[in-house]
Write a protein that binds this ligand. Structure first.
Ligand SMILES: C[S@@+](CC[C@H](N)C(=O)[O-])C[C@H]1O[C@@H](n2cnc3c(N)ncnc32)[C@H](O)[C@@H]1O
Length: 221
């Protein structure tokens, strides 16, 4: 007998319907832009690897489209950090129907310390295997680059989420920025950003999304 590896969510209105119902227009001034294609969303989540029994923290869930797919991949717990309170009803609805604990935090991820956010039982020694914790997010470009620089500093100090060990991250970046992050030595794209990222992480370019977005998985060295 084959066992399904995807959790089925109870029937929920589609994200498209929720956006209409709660008038969640993407605000261009906040660089908001929602991914609507289910196959693309599930490809992003799959590219992060297995979430089974992991604590997953998603930054910038918006109406919750990536969040739904994360939940379906059987994590032990999901934390979401969102700046824009307009998404409250849509995210609360998802939290109510989620078969795994889903905790909403409203705030700016740039001011957020992930030091106490995860289960102490998931803590690993740095040299040991990666902990069952994953960070994921499709953030606006004006946030994702300063955020990764901030997180690289936290990694170097083994602070914030990296107090729990070599926590993996799957994030989206503007294509040109991603190319610089992943650039091998002696290439045109090689830059200070390449050195900073690759000093601390194994940078894996996963795939490009039409519209100049690139998915990058960071494994820590
Ligand atoms: C590009 S949209 C992506 C929405 C959704 N995850 C998707 O992929 O369709 C970025 C999301 O990040 C949120 N956001 C932007 N800046 C943020 C910040 N500093 N802290 C937390 N969330 C932020 C926005 O409100 C928005 O919901």
């Amino acid at each position: 007998m084959s066992v399904s590896r995807i959790i089925r969510l109870p029937p929920l209105p589609s994200i498209r319907d929720l956006i209409k119902l709660y008038k969640l227009r993407a605000m261009k001034e906040l660089s908001q832009n929602f991914l609507m294609e289910p196959r693309l969303i599930s490809r992003i989540v799959r590219s992060a690897g297995s979430f089974k029994d992991c604590e997953v923290c998603e930054v910038g869930p918006g109406p919750g489209n990536i969040t739904r797919s994360i939940i379906q991949n059987m994590p032990s717990r999901v934390l979401i950090i969102e700046k824009d309170k307009r998404f409250t009803p849509s995210l609360e609805l998802l939290a109510e129907s989620s078969p795994v604990p889903l905790e909403l935090i409203f705030g700016d991820v740039m001011n957020f310390n992930l030091e106490q956010m995860f289960n102490e039982d998931n803590k690993m020694e740095w040299e040991d295997k990666c902990p069952q914790i994953h960070l994921i997010g499709n953030l606006p470009f004006n946030v994702s680059t300063p955020l990764i620089i901030r997180w690289l500093k936290a990694i170097s100090e083994r602070k914030s989420a990296w107090r729990y060990g070599r926590v993996r991250m799957t994030l989206t970046f503007q294509k040109e920025v991603a190319e610089r992050m992943a650039a091998p030595i002696m290439t045109r794209e090689r830059s200070r950003l390449s050195v900073m990222c690759q000093n601390w992480c194994r940078v894996e370019h996963k795939f490009n999304i039409p519209g100049k977005i690139t998915i990058i998985l960071f494994y820590l060295m």
